[in-house]
Design a protein around this ligand. Sequence first.
Ligand code: E4P
Length: 219
Amino acid sequence: MEFFLDTADVDEIREIASWGILDGVTTNPSLIKKSGRDFKQVVAEIASICDGPISAEVTAMDTDGMVAQALELKSELPDNVIIKIPCVPEGLAATRILTDKGIKTNVTLIFSAAQALMAAKAGATYVSPFIGRIDDTGHDGMTLIAEIMDTWNNYDISTKVLAASIRHPTHVLQCIQLGAHTATMPAKIFRQLMKHPLTDKGIEGFMKDWAEVEAAGKA
Ligand code: E4P
């Protein structure tokens, strides 16, 4: 399974990239705002830290505008930048045009299996269903991932399912069990996935005993 970071904070990206397990990064206009940085500058810096796919989102709401923005981003930014497009009819049309030009896309803001399938038919490289935002409405976001994976199992679809809007480590574990190809999550969740009190306790015990081995001159 691919693990992506969902942030535009380059310090966090450097931290998780240093673990050697970072496969890509997703950004969105809200995350760019939170970074306080210039959009293209921060995306270029992210792309220099992580060589996996880096999603940069278009903000035009018409097909021509989306395609124009995508082509500009592709011409000015490193090769590993891919184009994030909202799941609306104009976005589907833009996805088809960009796919036909060999440009990779991530169709975002997906809240139904039907939307995921439509985006896949338009040639999306990734589709991003949002789990947490469905949970926020009182429904079960994980059911959407299950429905999409069932759909994918019925057909020969090469588009990757990128589980997004992940709020806790259990979301990630459930996505793994359902066979989602990719999960994008905040740095906090990477840290939570690695943390276990018994690992910490075990290290503490081993280090204490090793200090005694050294003190006895037997190291
Ligand atoms: C995905 O690419 C989005 O950037 C992200 O996962 C949205 O998550 P949120 O619902 O926590 O804003």
